[in-house]
Design a protein. Structure first.
Length: 179
């Protein structure tokens, strides 16, 4: 009987430690820590990439919002005056329409997209008025272009393209008809 007790206390293999040991060996602990370190490094590597993606999507949102606002303003121009907007480029003051209301609208676009420069200057009164319209501080070095193509006597295709530095161009188009 005593030999059976000795065998149980020493373990079945007789080495002096119980056969059901608890805990981790040093090798198991090192392997586990290695896998954990590799996993944490992979997660940490995603942070700079996610910053770039968030920054790019913010730029895309600003560009798309600018294009939509320009398109909304185009819809307020009388149908007969739409061809006056054809070829306007916010980076070229020579493309300004000759008369209001188109001239006033495109100056607002220039101010909102890129501010002053390239032949565009704004008086203090214009700046405060444009600021009251919600365009102050919106300038982000963008460029806007408009093309107006006559599809028929009662239909115009208006295309607005907005681009920003180190970003994608956004192009939206709509058909405007005479009622």
């Amino acid at each position: 009987m005593s030999s059976m007790l000795d065998r149980k206390s020493l373990g079945e293999n007789g080495e002096g430690r119980p056969s059901h040991s608890y805990g981790f060996s040093l090798v198991e602990l090192l392997v586990g820590m290695t896998f954990l370190t590799i996993g944490l490094l992979a997660v940490a590597a995603m942070f700079p990439l996610s910053y770039v993606v968030v920054n790019e999507s913010g730029k895309m949102t600003m560009t798309l919002t600018a294009a939509r606002q320009i398109m909304e303003d185009v819809r307020s121009v009388p149908f007969e005056n739409l061809p006056n907007l054809n070829g306007f480029d916010t980076s070229n003051s020579a493309t300004l329409p000759a008369n209001d209301p188109e001239r006033e609208i495109v100056r607002k676009w220039r101010y909102a997209l890129a501010g002053e420069g390239n032949g565009f200057t704004f008086t203090s009164a214009e700046k405060s008025r444009l600021a009251s319209l919600g365009t102050a501080g919106v300038a982000f070095g963008g460029r806007g272009r408009i093309t107006v193509a006559s599809q028929s006597a009662t239909l115009r295709l208006v295309t607005v393209t907005v681009s920003i530095p180190r970003g994608r161009d956004i192009e939206i188009a709509t058909l405007i008809s005479r009622m």
